[in-house]
Design a binder for this molecule. Structure first.
Ligand code: FMN
Length: 360
């Protein structure tokens, strides 16, 4: 069997890999364009962009212009497929989605919250809408709501399992037993939930598996279970083109399995990160001082939040990892080198092809 292409709406990626969006600034133009240029789908994260100090007074405008700049920059580097990732909890999410659409982005990926009103924001039906879900129930809620209110369905769904990096769509209790919510368990349920909407709209709704996918063998396994492709993020951090600092990438190389932990985030969701000096120091205090000038998250209660997640992620991106939160997937400890995107993709596709050849 040949490596299948990934079809989402009118877009066709040469191979079934999406590079997952990573905020704050871990996946910007450089990484997304490199992946798109190879023939995959590269995702720019819309989260935490712009000059934080200057944004004190004009947060919305500064974030908007910074996203616009990243999209334009990526476009000078590739004609490949670019997506932008959004988070439901962002206070300016509507403005950012509209900015991406105005800039000609053809795929909107939406996580951390159910994007019930997304079709209303994106009237242009040539823009592909791709929600991230962590259960068949969430998939069903979105698809039913969109069908009822907008007579529209999703162009693809990303199913993110419990081994992913960043914020997770599972409770702390569920994360104590990740095997009960594995992609192998969830994928058939989501495919089942999607089926009536595929029939109703007469089109395929590809389901993309994400979370803990490490090598080509993992990709082959997801394809054999019915996924149309995979979304991978952690592996792309340790590439030359990844936009994060050298120190951020080095933290992945240094991490041992036992360093990768679940934290409670001010976003109101659990997240997976490396237990570094920042997290160890945080364990010893009730709360860090927060100087929040612009309320980037609708859900963040500044008076109660233990730390400012935007600042902690920004510190990590810049290389001040001792004061920074380093999000990562469960398999980050398995990475042992930093390589060009081209080399990583060639390695993954080589492994995938061998696994497909060996399949019964
Ligand atoms: C450093 C980092 C930051 C992330 N930030 C975001 C984000 O801002 N929005 C989002 O939807 N997903 C985010 N994710 C999740 C990824 O897009 C992806 O779905 C997931 O990590 C896939 O699992 P993997 O990292 O094991 O490949 C992040 C992941 C990492 C590792």
């Amino acid at each position: 069997m040949n490596i299948p292409k990934l079809h989402i709406g009118h877009l066709t990626a040469e191979f079934p890999i999406i590079q997952g969006g990573m905020g704050v600034r871990v996946s910007l133009a450089s990484l997304a364009a490199a992946v798109a240029e190879e023939g995959g789908i590269g995702t720019i994260s819309s989260i935490g962009l712009g000059d934080f100090e200057a944004a004190r007074h004009e947060y919305e405008r500064i974030s908007r212009e910074a996203l616009q700049e990243e999209i334009r920059k990526a476009r000078t580097m590739t004609q490949g497929i670019l997506a932008v990732n959004f988070m439901g909890a962002l206070s300016n999410v509507e403005d950012l989605v509209q900015t991406a659409v105005r800039e000609g982005i053809q795929m909107i990926v939406f996580g951390a919250g159910l994007p019930m009103r997304l079709p209303e924001l994106v009237q242009d039906r040539s823009v592909n809408l791709v929600p991230i879900v962590s259960s068949a129930r969430a998939a069903e809620l979105i698809l039913r709501g969109w069908a009822k209110r907008y007579q529209r369905t999703a162009d693809a769904l990303i199913l993110e399992g419990p081994l992913a990096g960043g914020h997770l769509g599972f409770s702390l209790e569920e994360l104590r037993h990740p095997e009960d919510h594995s992609l192998e368990t969830l994928l058939p349920q989501v495919l089942e939930a999607v089926k009536p909407y595929e029939d109703r709209y007469g089109k395929k709704i590809p389901v993309i598996a994400a979370g803990g996918i490490f090598d080509g063998g993992d990709i082959a396994r997801m394809l054999s279970l019915g996924a149309s492709g995979v979304q991978m993020a952690t592996r792309f951090v340790c590439t030359w083109e990844c936009d994060a600092s050298r120190e951020f990438k080095q933290s992945y190389l240094n991490a041992r399995e036992e360093d990768i932990v679940i934290i409670k985030s001010p976003v109101g969701l659990p997240g997976r990160a490396i237990r570094n000096k920042f997290l160890k120091d945080l364990e010893k205090v009730d709360k860090l001082e927060i100087n929040c000038p612009y309320h980037c998250l609708t859900v963040c209660k500044v008076a109660e939040a233990k730390f400012c997640i935007a600042q902690a992620l920004l510190n990590a991106y810049r290389g001040d990892v001792d004061h920074g939160l380093i999000f990562c997937g469960q398999n980050a400890h398995r990475i042992d080198k930093i390589v060009p995107v081209k080399e990583l993709i060639a390695e993954l596709l080589g492994e995938l092809q061998s696994a497909l050849n060996d399949a019964p």
